[in-house]
Design a protein around this ligand. Structure first.
Ligand SMILES: [Zn+2]
Length: 241
């Protein structure tokens, strides 16, 4: 009987492993998606900042053109001043020049503001570039490995299941059926170990009589509460698996 119990414990160990592979089948694609999404996001962020900068540059060019036009006008009017005959015309032209100078001064303040904004955006763009490089590096480092791991999981599950089935074949059919039913219905756990006098599956306290039987390993005990196969753990099982 002790060998049967040991076999059941080994089978549970293999089913635990299959459970971990199944979790990885969910987790690894999520990790991969996160990595790819972060690269997409960083790319979009950088593009947004660069677009904003391009718009700003256009505005700057437009303002510079304004300044140039105003300056050209001022120069033209200034040269006309010498030819002015009447005081009235002189005054009118002078006030036009003064008006243009105010406008230039306004545009120059706007231009300074835009330059400030541009400096800020330049900083942001550098941050975005650094972030993009970081996530791209992570993608280069991890993507291949993750894809390989994901692709290997089916085969690993298959291999582990075969090992478990080979062990199962050494047991009486009734026990195999019971085990399979428990794996299916009890959250992939058919075997529960004695955990300080309680069932490791459901936590209920094990009766003393059953604990003695578990100690003796002469029969298969079942938890009276959750129905799992109840046994004391095998110390040497890890190396077998
Ligand atoms: Zn239980």
């Amino acid at each position: 009987m002790i060998e049967k119990l040991r076999t059941l414990a080994k089978m549970q160990g293999l089913d635990d492993r299959i459970g971990r592979y199944r979790m990885l089948q969910t987790e690894l694609p999520e990790q991969l998606k996160d990595i790819i999404d972060s690269v997409d996001q960083a790319t979009a962020n950088l593009l947004a900042v660069e677009t904003e900068r391009a718009t700003l540059t256009k505005l700057q060019r437009a303002l510079e053109t304004d300044i140039k036009q105003h300056t050209d006008h001022i120069n033209k009017y200034s040269s006309q001043l010498a030819e002015i005959k009447t005081n009235k015309e002189y005054k009118a032209l002078n006030s036009e020049i003064a008006y243009l100078k105010t406008k230039i001064s306004d545009v120059e303040s706007q231009l300074l503001e835009l330059m400030d904004q541009d400096a800020e955006l330049k900083g942001k763009a550098e941050q975005c570039k650094a972030e993009l490089e970081k996530v791209e590096l992570r993608k280069r480092e991890k993507e291949g490995d993750l894809r390989a791991q994901i692709n290997s999981l089916d085969a690993k599950i298959e291999e582990t299941r075969n090992k478990r089935n080979n062990l199962a074949r050494t047991l009486p059919e009734a026990i195999i059926k019971q085990y399979g039913k428990l794996i299916k219905n009890k959250n992939n756990q058919a075997v529960a170990y004695n955990k300080s006098g309680a069932c490791g599956g459901c936590g209920i306290v094990i009766r003393p009589q059953i604990r003695i039987e578990m100690e003796q390993r002469k029969k298969i005990n079942f938890c009276e509460n959750c129905g799992r196969i109840l046994m004391n753990g095998f110390d040497d099982l890890e190396e077998v698996l």
